[in-house]
Design a protein around this ligand. Structure first.
Ligand code: FES
Length: 132
């Protein structure tokens, strides 16, 4: 498994996503409230580009006749037939034990500082010499 830089944190705010192809795999990376998640961009139902689907929330367990909505921004709805997946785990909302999307690790690492190539300089017999 290789590491692939996908951009600066400052340019990838909460609630946004990016589509990538990494080592030939189509992947969607999501910033959900400041935490990054990466999912395979392929729905386990019939292979739709899942990660272009609607990001939404869901109804939460509640008493009969009561409807509580929550988890806004954590649920991904497939654009083809509406199957819904938990972005944070890749698991199906409907059938979390049998159906899931492949997920990948995402980390935040220190941004590499811009660097200029340097060359040694010496002073020889009263002259300055740059060694390239
Ligand atoms: S292909 Fe995703 S729900 Fe059918």
């Amino acid at each position: 498994m290789g590491s692939h830089v996908i951009g600066a944190v400052a340019e990838f705010p909460a609630g946004t996503r990016r589509m990538l192809v990494v080592e030939g795999r189509p992947i969607g990376v999501f910033n959900v409230n400041g935490t990054y998640y990466a999912l395979k961009n392929s729905c386990p139902h019939q292979g739709a580009p899942l990660c272009v689907g609607t990001v939404t929330g869901m109804t939460l367990p509640s008493a009969p006749g009561e409807y509580r909505y929550g988890r806004e921004g954590e649920i991904l709805r497939c654009p083809w037939h509406g199957w819904e997946f938990d972005i944070t785990t890749g698991k199906s909302i409907f059938d979390p034990h049998k159906c899931l999307v492949k997920t990948y690790d995402v980390t935040i690492e220190a941004e590499a500082l811009p660097e200029v190539e340097t060359y040694p300089v010496t002073v020889e017999s009263g002259t300055i010499v740059v060694h390239v």
